[in-house]
Write a protein that binds this ligand. Structure first.
Ligand SMILES: [Zn+2]
Length: 57
């Protein structure tokens, strides 16, 4: 099982997961404290992107 950090979009294996947050019934995984804080600051910014669409930046 792989997770994607919604903030930095890094692919995480379970052992790489620093922390998880439950937001609106979904669980989000973060690689580090910085990403977790960033998410908490403005969750809607990261949650909005629902699909596994490739980001074009
Ligand atoms: Zn991250």
């Amino acid at each position: 099982m792989r997770f994607t950090d919604p903030v930095c979009r890094m692919k995480l294996k379970r052992k790489d997961v620093h922390s998880t947050i439950n937001y609106l019934g979904k669980t989000y995984h973060f690689c580090c404290e910085g990403c977790e804080k960033e998410f908490k600051k403005d969750p809607s910014k990261y949650v909005r992107d629902k699909g596994e669409r490739k980001s074009c930046h």
